[in-house]
Design a protein around this ligand. Structure first.
Ligand code: TYM
Length: 343
């Protein structure tokens, strides 16, 4: 952490859950921006395995998915020389700070979280307290590192607002302690929709396989899914999100995958039929995902390298997190053990 240049780089933190494979939505909304931001930020990227526990997991499957998600981060272009890549449960301060912050978070605030309401409906048999306090753990993840920017998809915006509110509340009570994090939500890729029900977000849990493109889908599967994507019977291509959600979604995906704006997407496709929009969108996505799949298959077999990366990442993250924990505990009035007190 020595050089001066490094000290002034803004801090970026983000994470993804090791629950099943990632979707194209995860990539366009989040991971593609992580890769870009690591170039000029002090970046930390985390496999948030503690968050995944809010839904019942098979121990063997979870263990495997934590490692394969780390491999996927690297395959997408996260460079462990530039970014700190680690597993949330390797840094106990996440859970520790989450407890402290839960005492600065109101029940009413958590009750308003739309993701909690949705998940509580979908998992009626297991509406556990962790599902409810999930956003507090997420606030802890972010605030532990003095994070300036958090690149996420649109669906995480409300959680980030809560993290900001909690940080402000704490700072007002105890003096400046936490950085107030800014969401970084891209224009194009932040709301990738389900290909079968394009008013819903593309998610790992959609029932139909055709609804989502997975990062490790092969070219044939990707082409098939886009060809079968639901559009409408209007037979014209315009940016009318409420009237043509399926078409808007494809335009959005094509734009995000090729680095073009919605205006450029419209100019490119406006005199064409849906068939061309679907095929070109699939081709743009295949061009991105094919090399990711190739790198993933190499990396995921080299478990000793992955462990090396994750251990080095955890050591760096633990050290940074400890500095913040000491500060927070001290402010609140928790007596610090001598070995913990490092000034
Ligand atoms: P998760 O694991 O559900 O998703 C990882 C990232 O992918 C984004 N995303 C999408 N973006 C665009 N379109 C979509 N259809 C789409 N689906 C998912 C998500 O917004 C997210 O950025 N709670 C978080 C993980 C988390 C976290 C954090 C993120 C835990 N702590 C601290 C940032 C900072 C989650 O469940 O993401």
């Amino acid at each position: 952490m020595g050089s001066r240049e490094e000290k002034v780089r803004p801090i970026v933190f983000s994470g993804a859950q090791p629950t099943g494979q990632l979707t194209l939505g995860n990539y366009l909304g989040a991971l593609s921006h992580w890769v870009a931001m690591q170039e000029d930020h002090d970046a930390l990227f985390c496999v948030v395995d503690l968050h995944a526990l809010t839904i019942r997991q098979e121990p063997e499957v979870l263990r495997e998915q934590v490692l394969s998600l780390a491999a996927l981060f690297l395959a997408c272009g996260i460079d462990p020389e530039k970014s700190t890549v680690f597993v949330q449960s390797h840094v106990p301060a996440h859970a520790e700070l989450a407890w402290l912050l839960s005492t600065f978070t109101q029940m009413g605030e958590l009750e308003r979280m739309t993701q909690f309401k949705d998940k509580a409906l979908r998992h009626r048999q297991n509406v556990n307290a962790g599902l409810f306090t999930y956003p507090v753990l997420m606030a802890a993840d972010i605030l532990l590192y003095g994070t300036h920017r958090v690149p996420v998809g649109e669906d995480q915006k409300q959680h980030l607002e809560l993290a900001r509110d909690v940080a402000l509340r704490f700072n007002n009570l105890y003096g400046p302690t936490f950085e107030i994090p800014e969401p970084f939500i891209s224009k194009g890729g932040a709301r990738v929709k389900d290909l079968q029900e394009p008013t819903k977000k593309m998610s790992k849990t959609a029932e139909s396989e055709l609804a989502r493109v997975m990062l490790l889908d092969d070219a044939q599967a990707i082409m098939k899914k886009f060809k079968k994507a639901v559009t409408d019977s209007l037979a014209h291509i315009a940016d009318d999100e409420s009237g043509q959600p399926g078409v808007t979604n494809l335009l959005n995906i094509w734009g995000a995958a090729t680095g073009r704006s919605m205006e450029e997407a419209l100019a490119h496709f406006s005199h064409n039929q849906y068939g061309k929009l679907k095929v070109e969108t699939a081709e743009a996505v295949i061009a991105i995902l094919e090399p990711i799949g190739r790198r993933y298959r190499e990396l995921n077999t080299d478990r000793s390298y992955l462990w090396e990366v994750l251990q080095a990442g955890a050591a760096k993250a633990r050290e940074r997190a400890e500095g913040m924990m000491v500060r927070v505990m001290d402010r609140i009035g928790l007596p610090l053990e001598r070995q913990r007190f490092r000034g």
